[in-house]
Design a protein around this ligand. Structure first.
Ligand code: SF4
Length: 349
C-alpha cells in the first residue's frame, strides 16, 4: 500500500492542476469547491467557485445572502436543491459553530447537504484528519487497480470500496493522498482511454494485467428515465411577461419559469391553445400567437424534458395572477430571477 500512495503523491506533485481552492484550502473553500464540483467539470466549476468567493468571501457572508441570490449565482449548474442546501449549511455553521466549520467528521456529516464524501474531503484536506474520500474518480481507480467487479452503485459495492479506500489511505498526509487519488482518476486513469502505457501504477494494476480495464468500474442500470412534455406559454403583455414561481412539489423548486401545460405526449401548439387549461390560464382574454419555438430536449438525472415555448401577446392584463403563482415582470428584468437551465437556453436562443 505504501508504494501505491507514495507513487500517487509523487505523481500529484508533478501533475496537479493549479486550482484556486488549492491555494488556501480553508474548510469554507474546500466545502464550496466540492459542492460545486459535484455538479460540473473543473473548467466550468472554477468560474462558479470564483464568482461565489468574490461575492461571499466567508461562510458568514454566504449565510447572510438571500436564497434567491444564491439560486441566481448557482444558475446553470442544475440540481437546485444543492444550492438551497449550500445556503442552509452556511446558516447552520454560523448559528451552531459561530461561523467556523467543526473539525470533526461526525459534526460535519450532520450539516445540511454534507454527505460522507464532502465530510471526508473537508476533514482530510482542511483539517488533516484521516478520512478517505470516495468519489467517481476513486471508484474508477480502485476498481481498476484491484480489478473489482462488484458494482459501485449497490450497497455492497459502496461498502467494499469505502473499506478499501480507508485501507489505502495515507494516514500521515490524508488530504494530499485524497487529492492525489482523485486527480489521478480525473487526469490519468480516465473513463475512456486511460494512459496505461505511461502509468506509474501499471505494475500494481490488476485490471491492466487481466485486460479488464475497459470493463471497470461495473455499474448496474436501475433507474427508468421518464419523458415529460412541457408546453410553456410565454404570455406577453405590453413590455412585460408573466413568470411562474415553482413550488416544492416538483423539480426546480422556488425557481421561475413560465406558465406551463404538461401533456402525456407531444402536443401541437394548436392543441394547447384550444385546451380548457389555456382558456382558464388567460381568463378568456383576447390574445394572438406570436411564435412557436422549436422543441427543446433537456436531460435531468431521472427525466428527459421535451419542451416547446408558445409566445402569446395578450391584449388585457390578467386579474387572478396570485392564485396561479404568477408574477408580471418587465422583459428587461428577467435576468434578476433564478431560472432553470432550460429556460435560460430558450431565452438565449
Ligand atoms: S494501468 Fe491503466 S487502468 Fe491501471 S491505474 Fe494505470 S491508467 Fe488506470
Amino acid at each position: 500500500m505504501n508504494i501505491i500512495h507514495d507513487t500517487l503523491i509523487n505523481w500529484f506533485a508533478e501533475n496537479q492542476r493549479d486550482l484556486p481552492w488549492r491555494h488556501n484550502p480553508s474548510p469554507y473553500e474546500v466545502w464550496l469547491s466540492e459542492v460545486i464540483l459535484q455538479q460540473t467539470r473543473v473548467s466550468q466549476g472554477r468560474d462558479y467557485y470564483l464568482r461565489f468567493i468574490e461575492r461571499w468571501p466567508t461562510v458568514t457572508d454566504l449565510a447572510q445572502a438571500t436564497e434567491e441570490e444564491v439560486l441566481k449565482l448557482w444558475q446553470g449548474l442544475g440540481y437546485y436543491s444543492r444550492a438551497r442546501n449550500l445556503h442552509q449549511c452556511a446558516q447552520q455553521v454560523v448559528e451552531q459553530y459561530g461561523g467556523q466549520f467543526p473539525s470533526d467528521f461526525e459534526k460535519l456529516r450532520k450539516l445540511k447537504g454534507i454527505g460522507d464524501y464532502t465530510a471526508a474531503a473537508i476533514a482530510s484536506i482542511a483539517f488533516g484528519l484521516p478520512h478517505a474520500v470516495v468519489d467517481g474518480n476513486v471508484y474508477r481507480v480502485l476498481s481498476r487497480l484491484f480489478d473489482i467487479d462488484t458494482p459501485i452503485n449497490i450497497n455492497e459495492g459502496q461498502k467494499r470500496f469505502a473499506l478499501l479506500a480507508d485501507e489505502l489511505l495515507d494516514r500521515e498526509q490524508p488530504g494530499l493522498h485524497n487529492q492525489a487519488l482523485m486527480e489521478f482518476g480525473a487526469l490519468h486513469c480516465t473513463p475512456q482511454n486511460p494512459d496505461c502505457l505511461l502509468c506509474p501504477l501499471q505494475v500494481h494494476c490488476l485490471a491492466f494485467s487481466n485486460n479488464t480495464v475497459a470493463q471497470r468500474p461495473v455499474k448496474v442500470r436501475r433507474t427508468e428515465i421518464k419523458t415529460r412534455y412541457l408546453n410553456y406559454l410565454v404570455i406577453l403583455f405590453e413590455d412585460k411577461v408573466y413568470l411562474h414561481k415553482r413550488d416544492d412539489s416538483d423539480i426546480w423548486k422556488n425557481l421561475y419559469d413560465f406558465p406551463c401545460i404538461e401533456t402525456k405526449e407531444q402536443a401541437s401548439a394548436a392543441d394547447i391553445l384550444q385546451s380548457d387549461e389555456f382558456s382558464q390560464l388567460i381568463e378568456g382574454k383576447p390574445c394572438f400567437t406570436r411564435k412557436v419555438s422549436r422543441l427543446y430536449t433537456h436531460k435531468l438525472t431521472h427525466r428527459t424534458i421535451i419542451a416547446q415555448f408558445i409566445e402569446i401577446n395578450l391584449e388585457e392584463e390578467l386579474l387572478q395572477i396570485q392564485t396561479k403563482g404568477l408574477t408580471l415582470t418587465r422583459e428587461s428584468d428577467l435576468g434578476n430571477y433564478p431560472i432553470p437551465r432550460l429556460i435560460d437556453l430558450y431565452l438565449n436562443t
